[in-house]
Design a protein around this ligand. Structure first.
Ligand SMILES: Cc1cc2nc3c(=O)[nH]c(=O)nc-3n(C[C@H](O)[C@H](O)[C@H](O)COP(=O)(O)O)c2cc1C
Length: 205
């Protein structure tokens, strides 16, 4: 089977992409509007891309009507955000936060989550998340136009909060304790309970 994006409706190409680019980590992103209304939404077009300076990217695509999502509108006006890490325990509230709510309604309240003040940025973090990553905007890169076009948010990490209960003996987050989930195709998610080790050639990492 050949999938040629130039011959398919955008939505179908999207479905193939999210079915094969898997598992995807989930950034549960908190932002704040100029009037101080908080916003929280999950994004799985997400990753870390550099350590010097420490940099993350995530991509809120335009809605089907071509409009920008609340997260983008907020970051354009207050160029800061927090990436909250999603463990299995938070799968349901994370998913609840993906509902399209009016701009002035906060997902924190609607989804029963606790906002904790951040230290270096204005948007609050999610208390229930075991790791919260405070970021400042580096750049938004617009790719394409109209429905599902990207607003690629590039952010620099300025502070990480790590719950000590998830640390392993080596002082680093233990993946078995963090219990992150990944987004797969359709409505599937993956758990990270079945792990295997594969030492790097040369023994370095
Ligand atoms: C697990 C998961 C991953 C998602 N990933 C993305 C994504 O990468 N990009 C995107 O635009 N929307 C994604 N969504 C949908 C957004 O969360 C949804 O459109 C949300 O309402 C946007 O909120 P906002 O308008 O408050 O920014 C995802 C939803 C879920 C449940």
């Amino acid at each position: 089977m050949i999938v040629d994006p130039s011959k398919l409706p955008i939505r179908d190409t999207y479905r193939f992409m999210i079915s094969v680019i898997t598992p995807r980590p989930i950034a549960w992103v908190s932002t704040v509007s100029p009037r101080g209304v908080t916003n929280l939404a999950p994004f799985s077009f997400f990753n870390g891309v550099a350590a010097n300076p420490p940099t993350v990217v995530f991509s809120p695509v335009n809605r089907r009507d071509g409009s920008k999502k609340d997260t983008v509108l907020n970051i354009e006006q207050t160029p800061e955000f927090v990436v909250n890490v999603v463990s299995f325990d938070q799968a349901a509230p994370m998913n609840a936060c993906s509902e399209e709510l009016p701009y002035e309604v906060s997902e924190f309240e609607k989804c029963g989550l606790t906002p904790l003040p951040s230290e270096k940025v204005k948007p609050p973090r999610v208390k229930e998340a075991k790791v919260q990553i405070e970021c400042v905007l580096h750049q938004i890169v617009h790719i394409g136009e109209g429905p599902l076009a990207a607003n690629l948010v590039i952010g620099r990490i300025v502070l990480m909060h790590v719950d000590e209960s998830i640390l392993g003996e080596d002082g680093l987050p233990d993946p078995r304790k963090l219990d992150t989930i990944g987004r797969m195709g359709g409505e599937f998610y993956s758990r990270t309970t079945e792990l295997f080790e594969l030492p790097r050639p040369g023994g370095k990492r």
